[in-house]
Ligand binder design. Structure first.
Ligand code: AHR
Length: 507
């Protein structure tokens, strides 16, 4: 099989937004506790942060980090997590049936993000709280000395304001599982009131209204319309969340998951633009794809249902840092993740912020063992390479290739690709996936219009076993390998093995 990818320097989608390489840290399972924070670990610093994790986070190349949830945030009181540690309350976290000790809160997280070089994207609780608490946490985080909440932060060691620009107005308020779940009308009104108040405090904030938790939600589309009719003037982004998994052994459909992400994005763009024209506004709404990943959610839901059914007398334990959502990712999972990143880049005219959910241990590219090592999951690789190589502007290529039938997404092209071009640096990068389960595909990438002549790097993520994984016992089973790629007269030729993700850098 062959494919032709034609990259035209005139087909600019948008600048590469660094915020597309965001991630997400939720108080969930072992993401924070026994993940990025483990005071007894040999690499822990004086704050209890594992330095081996910090160095992997830097290598991963994440930018913005969403915090502190997720579903967790809808029952969270931010003030529980600040001040002297021994006075912080222990509480039940209803979202994940866990014990929250509050050892880590906003001040610790701000110190951790300074060490990782990331930008905080903070989610306020609109499930069980409202406008006042959102204003309070804003003042605590960003206020200048001289008011009681800002002075409290200073007393707690946060001398300089944290300067958090991006704020999520709640989390997945469309989901019946959300503590404090609301209908679109009620949420839209609350989000608008909260946003207006936050922007009086600081007009420079960038605010994100909750969109849908998935394209399969019964309210998908209508939710966005109603919420945006209430909030259009007050917010800068509407959120999208999507998780994908292989089900029923249908690898072909799974490998084409990015087609659902494309459908998701184009539906939300159309809906947001409908509201824009209906309200006769000039402003264009951007999308924050602030949860996306592979997640074996069906298996998680089945386990949860079993535990809940067995708890006939309400005696189920509320454990501290339980092993929750610790999916172990395969090569196929990593190929899909690489493809989802291609899709986000290809739509970066409207998707200007995104967060891989999540970062450590919980559906994560980085895994840790208490007292032991930290290692890279398969999904680490396409993310880190794309974050490192994508620069300049995104160019949407024309792709000529055969399709294959899928049960879930109709006919899917065998190859997907996107390019970035940094004119000043005189370099480009092309990211490609081969979705075929059986056949290699020889791709010619015509970069003629870019006037570049040599390959500086060509990497592939592939294994004879698409289900190969990295585990504690074998943490380096899967990694990147060099791939043969040649360039002549501005045309790159590369043969992509089946079920693979590749990156080719040219200068
Ligand atoms: O990322 C895991 C969970 O997925 C988040 O807490 C929630 O927002 C979503 O349903």
């Amino acid at each position: 099989t062959t494919a032709t990818v034609t990259v035209d320097r005139a087909e600019v989608v948008a600048p590469v937004h660094r915020r597309l390489f965001g991630s997400f840290v939720e108080h969930l399972g072992r993401c924070v506790y026994d993940g990025l924070y483990e005071p007894a670990h040999p690499t822990a610093d004086t704050d209890g942060f594992r330095q081996d994790v910090i160095s992997l986070v830097k290598e991963l190349g994440t930018t913005t980090i969403r915090y502190p949830g997720g579903n967790f945030v809808s029952g969270y009181r931010w003030e529980d997590g600040v001040g002297p540690r021994d006075e912080r309350p222990r509480r039940r976290d209803l979202a994940w049936h866990s014990l929250e000790t509050n050892e880590v809160g906003l001040d610790e997280f701000a110190r951790w993000t300074a060490l990782t070089g990331s930008e905080i994207m903070y989610a306020v609780n609109l499930g069980t709280r409202g406008v006042l608490e959102a204003l309070d946490v804003l003042e605590y985080a960003n206020g200048a000395a001289g008011t009681s909440l800002a002075d409290r932060r200073i007393a707690n060691g946060g001398t300089e304001p944290y300067g958090i620009r991006m704020w999520c107005l709640g989390n997945e308020m469309d989901g019946p599982w959300q503590v404090g779940h609301m209908n679109a009308e009620d949420y839209g009104k609350l989000a608008s009131r909260t946003a207006k108040a936050m922007k009086i405090a600081d007009p420079g904030l960038e605010l994100v209204a909750c969109g849908s938790s998935g394209s399969g939600m019964p309210t998908f589309g209508d939710w966005e319309r109603t919420v945006l009719e209430h909030t259009y003037d007050d917010v800068d982004f509407v959120s999208c969340h999507a998780y994908y998994q292989e089900s029923g052994g249908d690898l072909g459909s799974f490998l084409a998951s990015s087609l659902d992400m494309e459908y998701f994005i184009s539906t939300v763009v159309a809906t947001a633009d409908h509201v824009k024209y209906k309200l006769r506004r000039d402003k264009t709404m951007m999308l924050s794809f602030d949860e996306w990943n592979i997640w074996y959610l069906e298996e998680h839901q089945a386990r949860e249902a079993e535990l809940a059914a067995a708890d006939t007398d309400g005696s189920r334990e509320w454990p501290y840092a339980p092993r929750l959502l610790e999916d172990v990712y395969s090569v196929a999972d990593a190929v899909v993740l690489g493809n989802l990143l291609i899709t986000l880049l290809a739509h970066s005219d409207r998707v200007t912020s995104a967060s891989l959910a999540q970062l450590v241990n919980v559906i994560a590219p980085i895994m840790t063992e208490p007292g032991g090592p930290a290692w890279r999951q398969t999904t680490f690789f396409p993310f880190s390479v794309t974050s490192r190589l994508a620069a300049g502007v995104v160019l949407r290529p024309r792709i000529d290739v055969d399709t294959y039938p899928t049960a879930k997404h109709g006919d899917a092209p065998l190859v997907d690709a996107v390019a970035t071009f940094d004119e000043e640096a005189g370099s480009a990068a092309v990211f490609l996936v081969n979705r075929s389960i059986t056949d290699p595909v020889t791709v010619t990438v015509d970069l003629g219009s870019l006037d570049l002549s040599s390959i500086t790097e060509a990497l592939v993520l592939h294994d004879a076993d698409p289900y190969a994984k990295n585990t504690l016992a074998d943490p380096e089973r899967v990694g990147l390998s060099p791939i043969d790629a040649s360039v002549s007269n501005g045309v790159v030729t590369v043969t992509l093995p089946p079920v693979s993700w590749s990156a080719v850098a040219v200068r």
